[in-house]
Design a protein around this ligand. Structure first.
Ligand SMILES: Nc1nc2c(ncn2[C@@H]2O[C@H](COP(=O)(O)OP(=O)(O)OP(=O)(O)O)[C@@H](O)[C@H]2O)c(=O)[nH]1
Ligand SMILES: [Zn+2]
Length: 335
């Protein structure tokens, strides 16, 4: 995948207007080196940005990181940004354009809010007609998605495994007027044609749902061959080591964009906003643990224990968190 017109990535007149203003505000010498792009993946110090020329690595200057104290205007997945093209790569992100929609969650006990994805149009809330099915919880996600400015759509996946999905579909439909519900099977490929109309040109769809409901299977199905070409960019972590950041904004073969981002897809993030926000800081750290489902006890590469060792968070908070989660030592999965 190389050169792509910006409107296929979701570019619109409102962003164009904001971009013109941002570029006009720069000094005349700098102006010619500025152009817009969309954030396709995020690491701690570098990101992948899609410009008119294709996906490229971009760095986040320290000045922008400091200006963004509180996290509000740090670039996140889905953001439109202005980048500067120096003589030598990488690109430098100089400004985040105003967001049309944003998903934020409260962190640090509700003191600040952290945006996790921007400019999403439609959110597929994925669940299954089995033990994962929890109507009150679904209701909270539907409300959270509506609050963000995006449109919620509920997917009942794994319908191949149940005899009758209609009671589940009816219960979901009762949550909110005009809430679309689709019964699908990502594994078998059933019902997926009904999802294609959501992926209009430049429309950005994001996936959320508990672990195991089939988000990866669905992503691969929707992407078809492109799934195999998932890009990765190299990133330097706090210790100067290289880590890998996987691109999580994908273009679908038939048009439209799909965000499948670990920080967004994990439903625990959304529950944090609903009640346990004093644990938000731990959940934020946990997204950087080497193992998904890390219990923050003995696993190598645990970002939560590292933060305790550095004195950034108290050990008592971690204990309280584990108790609240009912975490027992269990097998964690390598990401
Ligand atoms: N029967 C059935 N199984 C499915 C379907 N979709 C996914 N699965 C299975 O469910 C399991 C979990 O699927 P994933 O796609 O990894 O789920 P996920 O939501 O990405 O899970 P995490 O990566 O943990 O967030 C796998 O064993 C899949 O093969 C489906 O439509 N029907
Ligand atoms: Zn951990």
């Amino acid at each position: 995948m190389t050169s792509v017109p910006l409107h296929a990535l979701g570019w619109s007149e409102a962003y164009a207007q904001a971009a013109r203003e941002a570029i006009a505000a720069a000094s005349p010498e700098v102006r010619p080196s500025l152009e817009p792009g969309r954030v396709a993946s995020t690491g701690r110090t570098s990101m992948q940005v899609w410009t008119a020329g294709g996906p490229e690595e971009a760095s986040l200057p320290g000045s922008l990181r400091h200006a963004a104290a509180g996290g509000r205007m740090l670039p996140v997945i889905g953001d439109w940004v202005i980048v500067q093209r120096p003589a030598e790569p990488p690109l430098r992100i100089v400004e985040v354009l105003p967001r049309r929609t944003s998903f934020a969650r409260a962190v640090q006990g509700g003191l600040t809010e952290q945006v996790i994805a921007a400019n999403v149009d439609v959110v597929f809330i994925v669940t299954t007609p089995d033990l994962d099915f929890d109507l009150p919880r679904l209701g909270r996600y539907v409300a959270a998605v509506q609050l963000s400015g995006a449109r919620p759509v509920v997917l009942l996946n794994k319908v191949d495994a149940v005899r009758d999905v209609s009671p589940f579909a009816e219960a979901v439909a009762g949550l909110s007027p005009d809430l679309p519900v689709h019964a699908v099977s990502a594994a078998v490929g059933q019902g997926l044609d009904a999802l294609r109309p959501y992926f209009g040109e430049g429309v950005t769809v994001a996936l959320i749902g508990s672990s195991g409901v089939g988000k990866s299977t669905l992503t691969n199905r929707l992407l078809g061959r492109e799934a195999a070409t998932t890009g990765a960019v190299r990133d330097l972590d706090g210790q100067g080591r290289h880590t890998t950041t996987t691109r999580t904004l994908y273009r679908l073969p038939g048009g439209g964009l799909l965000i499948d981002n670990p920080g967004l897809r994990d439903i625990a993030v959304w529950d944090a906003g609903a009640g346990g926000s004093r644990f938000g800081v731990i959940e934020e750290l946990a997204t950087r643990c080497r193992y998904r489902g890390c219990t923050h006890r003995t696993e190598p590469g645990c970002a939560v224990r590292r933060a305790v060792e550095r004195g950034e968070i108290g050990a008592d908070l971690v204990v309280a968190y584990a108790e609240a989660q009912g975490l027992s030592p269990r097998k964690s999965r390598r990401r």
